[in-house]
Design a protein. Structure first.
Length: 150
């Protein structure tokens, strides 16, 4: 076993918070969709009783929760999950692309930059940096060993 990794633990906790926030949005309804930047279309659909916004948001919550499990596994809190190296790398990349995507958006399409886009991009940058630094620190310890495949 390897040393517990604080960056992946923090990243996992942040992903759990984001997951729970998405569940709260479903429970909060249209006003919560609007407040958290999902847009008027999803908010109106939710208020009209459509199931699509709920399914979409709960799907995002499930993905974020699974990302937390991978972070905790990579941090050494429990047994290693399958494909942990490429999945942790991909999670870090997704968060970082989402976060740093603000830069070209701001430069080339400033009319699409809102307060929500700025703060959510900053949040994703923090999440991505936690996953990236944590994954980098444990990368060699996450190699597949022959005896684990037997």
């Amino acid at each position: 076993m390897y040393k517990t990794n604080i960056f992946l633990i923090v990243g996992g906790v942040l992903s759990i918070i984001a997951s729970l926030l998405h569940v709260a949005i479903v429970l909060g309804g249209g006003d919560w969709y609007r407040f958290f930047g999902a847009g008027e279309e999803l908010a109106a659909m939710d208020e009209a009783g459509a199931i699509y916004p709920k399914l979409l948001t709960l799907g995002i919550a499930a993905v974020l929760f699974s990302w937390a499990l991978y972070a905790f596994s990579g941090a050494g809190l429990f047994k290693r999950l399958p494909l942990i190296r490429p999945i942790l790398f991909t999670i870090a990349a997704i968060y970082l692309v989402r976060g740093f995507g603000l830069v070209p958006l701001w430069l080339f399409w400033p009319e699409h930059v809102s307060a929500f886009v700025v703060w959510s991009s900053f949040v994703c940058m923090i999440y991505g940096l936690c996953y990236a630094m944590g994954t980098w620190q444990v990368w060699n310890n996450l190699r597949i060993r022959k005896e684990e495949n037997l």
